[in-house]
Design a protein around this ligand. Structure first.
Ligand SMILES: Cc1cc(-c2n[nH]c(CCNC(=O)c3cc(-c4ccc(F)cc4)cc(O)c3O)n2)ccn1
Ligand SMILES: [Mg+2]
Length: 214
């Protein structure tokens, strides 16, 4: 029976990447997506911007919305300090199952909590489920029409503190116009746009980095 694209991506990781070597996992996925099949990982161009923000913030607590196959989860987790925690939400159970194996292949399972379900249901439960007070960094990479409502939800749940960083993927393609409008005009955020391209293509895209001012 027919395999799924995430299953074929995992096979490429298990064939071409070294267990316990996150960089080789990232390289194997990028090669698969360039040479074989496009997939919605953040990719290497935007991934380098992501890496630089993670390194600059050096977060103890990270929330990733939208795991997919775990590509950005591996990029982020590989840069975290020893006791740091990354919580990542994936809606699709099939993708979550693949992501768990990709994260394990990279040897990063101790730093990552993967939760299956919808952001709107789990954001209000973060404190009680994981004992998290606030997030130092949030990577928004989930359903594009959820970026704005979930940002407002995180504010309401007190999950952001003065200095928390929001980094949003795909603000140009597929696009998150209502989120951009809100975050760029709100006095509670200071935002910066990083121009880039849609993963593995020449299509314009970019990341929006926003600091919560409290
Ligand atoms: C509600 C909720 C949702 C989630 C959740 N889990 N997994 C995701 C993945 C969402 N990601 C995307 O849809 C996405 C799409 C494209 C794209 C596609 C087709 C094109 F033609 C061009 C670009 C490119 C990207 O970079 C993307 O990130 N969301 C998790 C929790 N709660
Ligand atoms: Mg994305």
């Amino acid at each position: 029976t027919q395999t799924t694209r995430p299953q074929r991506m995992l096979a490429a990781v298990q064939k071409n990447a070294t267990r316990g070597d996150p960089r080789s996992v990232v390289k194997a996925i990028d090669q698969f997506c360039r040479q074989k099949e496009w997939a919605m990982n953040v990719g290497d161009e935007k991934g380098c911007i992501l890496d630089s923000v993670v390194t600059e913030v050096n977060p103890e607590t990270v929330l990733e919305l939208g795991t997919y196959c775990g590509y950005s989860t591996v990029r982020i987790a590989s840069l975290l300090p020893p006791q740091a925690k990354l919580i990542t939400l994936e809606f699709n159970p099939g993708n979550a199952a693949i992501a768990r194996q990709v994260i394990a292949w990279a040897g990063l399972e101790d730093k990552v909590e993967l939760v299956e379900g919808a952001s709107g249901d789990f954001i209000p439960k973060m404190k009680e489920m994981f004992g998290i007070k606030t997030f130092d960094l949030v990577f928004l990479d989930h359903w594009k029409d959820r970026y704005l409502p979930d940002t407002k939800l995180m504010e309401e749940c007190g999950l952001l503190r003065k200095g928390s960083i929001l980094l949003a993927d795909n603000v140009i393609c597929p696009g998150t116009p209502d989120y951009l409008e809100y975050i760029r005009n709100s006095p509670r955020y200071k935002s910066q746009f990083f121009k880039s391209h849609l993963e593995y293509t020449k299509v314009e895209d970019g990341l929006e980095k926003s600091i919560f001012l409290g």
